[in-house]
Design a protein around this ligand. Structure first.
Ligand code: HEM
Length: 418
């Protein structure tokens, strides 16, 4: 008797599960195409352009797509990173064993409690924010934004990947390290004398040794810091400034208020939470408009290939008003199959970034929220100066996002009604 009751219960449960799955499939099939069908087909030349960029990113152009060949095609354009930072990681190695070892190390760290416990991360990042603010506020109350965000992101990278608490770090060293990393990146692309390069390298090495004294000298922390921190700081800065100080539509402004209020608690409620989805869309839109990897380079058998990610993200045949910051475009029903194909901030398989789906978008929006809460927004009376007449005058002008474009940006906290 007992057996037949439990069998009945299992059958009912199985039926309920099947019915739910069938219903959601039906809703998906009926609703989603009704939105996507409205989309105008994109011109064939745009479709071909996107396909060509994807073929560079996924190494589809290689006659033999073995892992060894893919690594060679990526390592050659990244040689300058080896030269300036002395790094040896997934991006620079041609050894399949070294590649797998590095990637599995990153994949082991990414889902741990330092990286996925968002309220704890928020707390550590807020501490990093307070320390950085104390250090960088000058007497006139004008804050150098790029230097500020670099230090904040650097400290949170140390926290996530090296288990270092922000209070335990000397901020002078963080200043030296972030400036040297930036200078070396610029030098790697320009004709700089070996003496200048060497001076920056020595400063960077010294600062890192003081920040991470227990690290083995053969294990270069820049192997992680470069892919994790270098990609992140500019997109955090640009997303914060765009959402907080530039012209956005009313929906986006309302959503930003909800995101600032709801992060990080919304992430505890799971990915189906409405505010959590909005928050992730802010990161996605920041990454679309300001992709940290604007171009992906490959080089094989003397043949160079470039995927123009920035162009994919701003093509008007795919994105409506591509230069407008509008996270709502990622909402289901509006986000089309063509946009999905053209959206490549983290590249695509087989070498898609392991931080793409969770770590990077969570961290970006958490840091944007900390900046909005701590430094303010236009609405709260804060003011940004771009050191550029047009950007200062016209809040609808798209922000430049090159490495040196943000250096003059400053923020002044202005008391309301004063
Ligand atoms: C906004 C943040 C980030 C962006 C935009 C980004 C972007 C990218 C891109 C475009 C690639 C493909 C590179 C290529 O094939 O040439 C990549 C790969 C990779 N990224 Fe990220 N990344 C970000 C954050 C991170 C973080 C936090 C880590 C952690 C250490 C990381 C680790 C890696 C690794 C190990 C790969 C190589 C994957 C493979 O070859 O299979 N990235 N990333």
């Amino acid at each position: 008797m007992g057996l037949s009751y439990s069998t009945m219960a299992i059958v009912k449960l199985a039926f309920a599960a099947w019915f739910l799955a069938w219903l959601s499939r039906l809703v998906y099939d009926l609703i989603v195409p009704s939105f996507t069908k409205k989309q105008k087909p994109i011109p064939p030349e745009t479709s071909k352009f996107i396909q060509d960029q994807r073929r560079v990113a996924n190494f589809g152009f290689l006659p033999d797509k073995s892992l060894e060949n893919r690594l060679i095609a990526r390592a050659i354009p990244n040689e300058r990173l080896v030269e300036v930072y002395g790094i040896d990681n997934s991006f620079t190695t041609t050894s399949a064993t070294a590649y797998r070892r590095f990637l599995s190390g990153v994949k082991r760290i990414l889902p741990n409690s330092k990286t996925e416990n968002w309220p704890r991360f928020f707390e550590a990042a807020s501490t990093a924010f307070g320390l950085t603010l104390d250090q960088l506020s000058n007497t006139r109350g004008s804050l150098p934004l790029a230097a500020f965000v670099r230090q904040l992101v650097f400290l949170t990278t140390l926290y996530s990947f090296f288990d270092v608490n922000p209070e335990d770090v000397n901020l002078e060293d963080v200043g030296v390290a972030t400036i040297a990393i930036n200078d070396l990146w610029v030098y790697s692309k320009t004709d700089t004398s070996p003496e200048i390069l060497q001076a920056s390298r020595t400063q960077l090495k010294g600062a890192l040794r003081r920040i991470l004294p227990n690290r083995s000298t053969t294990d270069n922390p820049l192997n992680i810091i470069i892919p994790a921190y270098e990609t992140m700081w500019r997109v955090v800065l640009l997303t914060y400034i765009t959402a907080g100080f530039r012209d956005v539509d009313q929906d986006t402004a309302d959503q930003f208020r909800q995101v600032v209020q709801g992060v990080p608690e919304c992430f505890e409620r799971g990915s189906s939470d409405n505010v959590a989805t909005m928050a992730m869309n802010f990161s996605k839109e920041g990454l679309r408009l300001y992709p940290p990897t604007r171009r992906i380079y490959r080089d094989f058998d003397g043949e160079q290939q470039t995927a123009d990610i920035l162009q994919c993200h701003r093509d008007p045949a795919i994105w409506r008003d591509p230069e407008r910051f509008r996270p709502g475009r990622f909402a289901p029903g509006e986000f089309t199959a063509d946009m999905k194909r053209a959206y490549l901030p983290f590249s695509i398989e087989p070498h898609k970034c392991p931080a793409a789906d969770r770590f990077a978008p969570h961290v970006i929006v958490i840091l944007v929220v900390i900046l909005a809460k701590g430094l303010g927004t236009l609405e709260s009376g804060a003011e940004v100066r771009f050191g550029d007449e047009e950007l200062d005058r016209d809040r609808s002008a798209v922000l430049p996002s090159g490495r040196l474009d943000t250096e003059e940006w400053t923020l002044r906290v202005r008391k309301k009604n004063v």
